[in-house]
Design a protein around this ligand. Structure first.
Ligand code: NAP
Length: 556
């Protein structure tokens, strides 16, 4: 193929604004997608609305932000040089370090020339005659591309809560998912935090150290496990690096969540009380997300789950001195793990500080926000600054912001009005040549995101190469394959306890959003195998067509 020819054989010389692929987003997914596609010799343009690369790590700069997956595993595996040369400083990398890593990757692989920063994709229209996408950006320009890849991230559309009077508040309002770039110093200020999910649980202990007074407004108590963060020694890094081939293989092929850890071989009720308690103690001391993989049925069996939930509730009661605050902090309305479990450093102990107060807004919902206070339960809580740790319109929010029009002018938002519909989380019928990285219907947010990102990017790159090599130029999920997959995703979810929680996995945090369990819970390893099998069978469940040869001939 000549350097001037696209995957579909179209010449690009005449129109420089035609690309083989437009990628939306320059986070970890978009950057690796660009790298892989360029290695295929394709012309690629990446559009990123942020002022730099890094995606979620560009926006989430709140105090205490760090990854809840250990840094030696929350990192790219596609380049052995990269994973051998990068030194992570702590067990869980802080946000600035992850952002430095993202920038290092952009520079090391010379990605920047193909990335347009500060440029939002507003609209994408599929042209059924040309079999290409027309993509309109926030600078008013339009380009065309054979393929479009949405690398828009699962948790990148920060959600502003709809609370009466919020716009009248006279102090500064910050959203954890859209934090300013300059350092915010809360010293001497009275701060209110709304929300008690992962972002709040990470930021509350840090804000409490600075603020003269901190009021945390809690609607739902959350389970959280100590991170036990610590500096990594050179010896620990080297030990990890030496095992990387096995660690990465296990994470990709065998694990359920993309994390290298022991696989549980029994259920929680198979052990006696003492033995079970000892195991929970051991995981609590070790810290981190692997607390939930001590037994193989915590996500499946309520009685088993209760043993882990009770253990954590007891820990909260031991840590928090004021009995009423401890009672409020003990989660009681969802099985442990069915909302994303949080990982903290001193979250519960922070409520022992004299300058920190917990306010229950479940029993006493917000009445209104006044210019200098939050009013709830007939009381005014005076504050100078407000931190909204209120989460995201997850998984579909960033896709929904783009006006995407497929066949017959149908919009993706119309198609997904009752919940996202995809085949394998990768494509949606009626939207040819549009791929989604870690889309709804794939393990995505239930996994170590970088493992899932790399799997999707590799699959999409291989697929585009397959098409190019066979003169195929259009690919689309078949409706029946998609329907079967959506039913399967739903069925598997309902064999677990997950749908019992009002979680963002279910869309339950957004008023009016359809309540459907969005990620695929079948596990990272099994899911990868399904995707590989689909590819091995000539992309079974997808229709592929080419101007030159029909698919059967091409594949033979
Ligand atoms: P979240 O888990 O959705 O939590 C949002 C919090 O705000 C909840 O406590 C929610 O209460 C509350 N809230 C929302 N709207 C409200 C309203 N109108 N009034 C009162 N309270 C309201 O969001 P998040 O903490 O930003 O975390 C989202 C996800 O991002 C996490 O689950 C995780 O996957 C990811 N994350 C990861 C890390 C990490 O890697 N360490 C850090 C941060 C975030 P309800 O529960 O009652 O709705």
């Amino acid at each position: 193929m000549s350097a001037l020819q696209s995957a579909s054989g179209k010449s690009h010389a005449a129109n420089p604004k035609t690309y083989d692929v437009v990628v939306v987003g320059a986070g970890f997914a978009g950057m690796y997608m660009l790298h892989r596609l360029r290695r295929l010799g394709l012309s690629v343009r990446v559009y990123e609305q942020g002022g730099d690369v890094g995606g979620t790590w560009y926006w989430n700069r709140y105090p205490g932000a760090r990854c809840d997956v250990e840094s030696m595993q929350y990192s790219y595996s596609f380049s052995d040089e990269l994973q051998q040369e990068w030194d992570w400083s702590e067990r869980y990398a802080p946000q600035p370090e992850i952002l430095r890593y993202a920038n290092h990757v952009a520079d090391r692989f010379k990605l920047r020339p193909d990335i347009a920063l500060n440029t939002r994709v507003d609209r994408a229209d599929f042209d059924e005659h040309a079999n290409s996408w027309s993509v309109t950006t926030s600078d008013g320009k339009t380009v065309t591309a054979t393929y479009i890849v949405l690398a828009t991230g699962c948790l990148s559309n920060a959600r502003m809560p709809d609370i009466k009077g919020l716009s009248d508040f006279k102090g500064k309002v910050y959203h954890t998912g859209h934090w300013p770039h300059e350092r915010i110093d809360f010293t001497g200020r009275r701060v209110g935090v709304i929300g008690t999910g992962s972002s709040a649980i990470q930021s509350v202990p840090v804000i409490a150290e600075q603020a003269s007074h901190l009021t945390v407004f809690q609607r739902t108590a959350n389970f959280s496990i100590p991170a036990r963060n610590a500096a990594l020694t050179e010896q620990e890094r080297q030990a990890f690096r030496a095992k990387y081939p096995e660690i990465r293989r296990f994470a990709r092929e065998e694990s359920r969540n993309g994390i290298y850890t022991e696989m549980p071989d029994k259920g929680a009720l198979d052990d006696g009380d003492n033995e079970r308690r000892a195991k929970y103690e051991q995981r609590w001391s070790r810290g981190g997300l692997t607390f939930m993989s001590v037994y193989n049925n915590l996500a499946l069996d309520k009685a088993a789950n209760d043993t882990a939930a009770d253990f954590v509730r007891e820990k909260i009661a031991e840590i928090v001195r004021d009995p009423e605050t401890a009672r409020l902090l003990r989660p009681n309305n969802h099985p442990i793990g069915t909302k994303r479990i949080c990982i903290d450093t001193d979250y519960f102990a922070t409520f022992n500080r004299p300058n920190v107060m917990l306010v229950d807004i479940k029993s006493n919902p917000f009445e209104e926000i006044l210019p200098n206070a939050v009013r709830t339960g007939g009381k005014d809580y005076e504050i100078d600054a407000l931190v909204l740790a209120t989460g995201f319109d997850a998984m579909t929010g960033s896709v929904a912001k783009i006006d995407i029009r497929g066949r017959n002018g149908q919009t993706l938002n119309q198609k997904w009005a009752e919940g996202p519909k995809t085949y394998l989380g990768l494509m949606s019928a009626g939207f040819p040549n549009l791929f989604i990285i870690t889309g709804p219907g794939s393990p995505s947010v239930l996994s170590n995101m970088i493992v899932s990102i790399e799997q999707h990017v590799d699959w999409i790159s291989d697929c585009i190469a397959f098409m190019r090599d066979r003169g195929l130029d259009t690919m689309e999920a078949k409706k029946d394959a998609e329907d079967n997959w959506v039913a399967h995703v739903n069925e598997v979810a309902h064999t677990t306890l997950y749908p019992q929680a009002n979680s963002w996995y279910m869309g339950a945090n957004i008023p009016g959003k359809p309540q459907i369990f969005m990620p695929y819970i079948g596990g990272v390893g099994p899911y990868r195998q399904i995707c590989n099998d689909v590819a091995a069978k000539g992309y079974e469940g997808f229709a592929m067509t080419g101007a030159e040869r029909p698919r059967k001939m091409a594949a033979s």
